[in-house]
Design a protein around this ligand. Sequence first.
Ligand code: URA
Length: 200
Amino acid sequence: MASKRTQLDELQVRILKDGVTPELASAATQLVFGDGNADAEIVFIGEAPGKNEDQEGKPFVGAAGKFLNEMLDMIGMKRADVYITNIVKYRPPNNRDPYPEEKDAFLPYLQEQLAIIKPLLIVTLGRHSLNCFLPDLQISQVHGQPKRYQGQIYLPLFHPAAALYNGNMRETLIDDFTTIPIIMKKIAASAAVPSLITDK
Ligand code: URA
């Protein structure tokens, strides 16, 4: 069996070969597939690359990414310990919200990416990412609450870009984010005591 890294590399090549969202692809500088540890226990999923990400080819390298790095630092983790990606892997022109059909086009590839990594926890950043997995939940109501759905545990968080310049949301995001180590301990324990994490 090929390593997770090799499988991810092959998936990245396949996205290019399959010509996913050709209009986005032709307007973008490059595909922004994902970054970090292929064997990570935690995967962060944002919405779509912005200008900096489009230029560098890596997710979350602009202002929101700097904030994400700071929060990782607060819980004693580095980017190299986790895996970071987006639903949509090309920058939408002028940073507009990705269209539903663009998210739908990338969803099977995102699912494959996650099936390769098999994280213990998926952290969704913002409502697009949350609703991609749990369409009937509202970020304002469930942020910071781990949810188990079809055997996978999700932690919905506010998007760092939205929280960056909004004092209250920023504080809430930091409070939610800093529970990640506790949630990871609960996940380890919940193998023995499944009721520690409630279903959605
Ligand atoms: N916002 C996102 O959702 N993803 C990025 O990669 C950067 C900003």
